[in-house]
Design a binder for this molecule. Sequence first.
Ligand code: CTP
Length: 404
Amino acid sequence: MRLEGKHIVLGISGGIAAYKSAALLRLLIKEGAEVQVVITPNGKEFITPATLAALSGKPVVSEFFAANTGEWHSHVDLGLWADLMVIAPATACTLAKMATGVADNMLITTYLSAKEPVMVAPAMDLDMFAHPSTQRNLDTLRGDGVIVLDSPSGELASGLEGKGRMLEPEQILEKVVEHFESASRKDFAGEKVVITAGPTREKIDDVRFIANHSSGKMGMALAEEFASRGADVTLVCGPVEGRKPVDARVKTVKVESALEMLDAVKKEYRDADVTIFAAAVADYRPEVAVAGKIKREERGPMTLSLVENPDIAAEMGANKREGQVNVGFALESDNGLQNAAKKLDAKNLDLIVLNPANRSDAGFNADTDIITLIGRDNMKEEFPLMTKRQCASVIANAVAKIAR
Ligand code: CTP
């Protein structure tokens, strides 16, 4: 029994795939989970609450008030009780309501008060699934941290055939089990992980600097992911306004310039097991940082003379000892795969994370990203749009697989 003691809210909306929810419910119960079914009014047209109540051993929640007693069904309490909410099937309509917060049934109010992770298994016709509106809603939900179970995986997904069809109950069960396993996984226990994050600031004078738009979000997501998996994490972070890792176990070293970042990383690197270079380090700095403030009248036409900054990832790569794993990032607009592979070699990395520089929903500052992992021995793995935390999780999985 792999789900012993787990509390799961199973949300069912009105699609033809709702008949499969009974099978899913049975599988969840068989693995030891306690399941509370919440069904939409349309869902009841496809499967009867009596069947679901019999399988789950609990009255099914559908209306805001219980019909016989008038008792108010508390979606807030459900949110506190549950360890996971799985919405299967999730119709185009339910996805749209979730994305926009249209709380006109118990399933949506339960979703809006969910404190637990939420998973959706979309189920609809291919046309509806492929429509920009549905895709936009799915992207919004991914951005909100919802786990979208794309259907179906494997060979079928490469063609459009089958897209939009709900995953089979057995496949959804495996995703649920995987979710709980990874939440309790401590596969980095006892390991020291150093992560660089954010931009650097290169001083022109005491009030001006050269910087970039890096937000530090990916580095923080990585710090939280590795900490949750038992690692001893040090985050060497450039200036990111008002943002810090929420996980108190992460040790943060604040730095400003590339030179300061290099110093801090050098100190931490010696006994690091895994080092991840997620910072957007300025490649150049002004040759001199002028003391005080440069005045306009003294200036006239002005040229800034820049000198090269050290490449932190490359320097650490050159001093890598046996068993250390180094991971870099490549933010690229063109020829991503080639450039990333070149950086993997040049910086003696074990893994590089390629992400696009020319999209608003990926890379700098976004909450989501589209990553491709490139490793040694022609290892290459592409992922769809995911939250940065989900990216962090697949990056950690890939690091865990690297032989040490
Ligand atoms: N990096 C670093 N120190 C630098 C520059 C980059 O540690 N001075 C790291 C980044 O954190 C990232 C990787 O190297 O993991 C690639 O950074 P990127 O700026 O894409 O590479 P560059 O070598 O600077 O190449 P270019 O800017 O020409 O694309």
